[in-house]
Write a protein that binds this ligand. Structure first.
Ligand code: HEC
Ligand code: HEC
Length: 155
């Protein structure tokens, strides 16, 4: 009897192939709190290390906002983002994102990464981006309800 229950639990979980499509949830508390204060905390796998380094070196002018942090917190967050960046994390989706970026480019926006642009081209009506429920391409959770926990493949 017990065996069957365990089997049911295993089958109920995400199959390996699906689990692979999920981006690992952010585990660092400082990242969740500080980088989730104004928008969803974006998964570091979407950008390469060089992008995070550049972003974390310029927080006083972060897309027009002052997102400065105490130095110890800034260093902790930068270390986490760089350790989990798409070019080093081992995430399949992350690798594809980073591969689509030219080697001499360090984009600050996930929404400007060629793979992001390609994944959304033709998938979303142009007018949807300015819908009041969306407002910004960076508002991932408006369309991907599981974005905050790493799910984007939600047809
Ligand atoms: C004071 C508010 C604020 C805080 C704190 C903040 N951000 Fe932002 N962030 C913004 C704004 C505003 C934008 C531009 C949003 C838009 O275009 O809709 C942005 C955009 C971004 C983008 C680009 C999104 C895209 O278009 O792909 C990334 C990546 C990002 N932030 C990362 C971070 C990280 C990492 C942290 C923590 C160190 C952080 N943010 C903390 C306000 C903030
Ligand atoms: C206006 C709605 C909308 C917004 C906002 C949006 N997306 Fe998407 N996204 C889609 C649609 C539609 C697709 C294609 C269908 C699908 O695969 O879910 C897609 C596909 C994707 C995929 C490919 C999923 C797969 O494996 O097929 C990723 C990754 C993704 N989006 C990430 C993001 C991220 C990160 C953000 C925020 C920075 C974002 N999206 C913002 C609508 C949106």
């Amino acid at each position: 009897m017990r065996k069957w229950i365990i089997l049911a639990v295993l089958l109920g979980g995400a199959p390996a192939a699906l689990a692979d499509e999920r981006l690992p949830p952010i585990t660092n508390e400082a990242v969740k709190k500080e980088c989730g204060a104004c928008h969803m905390a974006f998964q570091p796998q979407f950008l390469p290390q060089r992008s995070w380094r550049k972003m974390m070196d310029g927080l006083s002018d972060h897309f027009g906002e002052d997102a400065s942090l105490p130095e110890a917190t800034r260093l902790e967050i930068a270390a986490y983002l760089e350790a989990n960046a798409g070019d080093v994390s081992g995430s399949r989706e992350g690798r594809k994102f980073v591969k689509s970026i030219a080697a001499d480019q360090s984009p600050m926006r996930i929404t400007e990464v060629p793979r992001w642009v390609g994944e959304h081209r033709g998938e979303v009506r142009e007018s949807a981006w300015s819908d009041p429920r969306v407002r910004s391409k960076a508002n991932c959770v408006a369309c991907h309800r599981g974005a905050d926990s790493g799910w984007y493949d939600d047809d």
